[in-house]
Design a protein around this ligand. Structure first.
Ligand SMILES: [Zn+2]
Length: 100
């Protein structure tokens, strides 16, 4: 026969342990998501080799010029807009890019 007080303290301990393990699981879950997105990014980076054109990058058979900085730093393909015959513009970096 277990004393009521004993039982209550045992429940309290179990509750605390449960809370701790939930927290740990949440941290692990977030770490996992981070790792997965890194891997996805690596996959994308390795399968798509950009070509340099007019101071930007083109991918595959498309002639669209993309921002080098966005791709190198974030893995994001940002299509450059044409500002003039010699200058492109990246809307994400908010920078002019000379057509080299
Ligand atoms: Zn950019």
């Amino acid at each position: 026969m277990i004393e009521n007080a004993d039982l209550r303290s045992q429940i309290a301990v179990l509750k605390k342990e449960l809370l701790e393990s939930n927290k740990e699981r949440e941290i692990l879950r977030k770490e996992n998501i981070k790792l997965k997105s890194k891997e996805e990014l690596k996959k994308v980076l390795s399968t798509e080799t950009p070509k340099t054109k007019w101071g930007g990058y083109t991918f595959g058979k498309s002639e669209q010029i993309h921002c080098i900085k966005c791709w190198e730093s974030k893995g994001v393909k940002t299509p450059l807009t044409c500002k003039s015959s010699s200058i492109s513009y990246c809307p994400l970096c908010e920078k002019d890019i000379p057509r080299g």
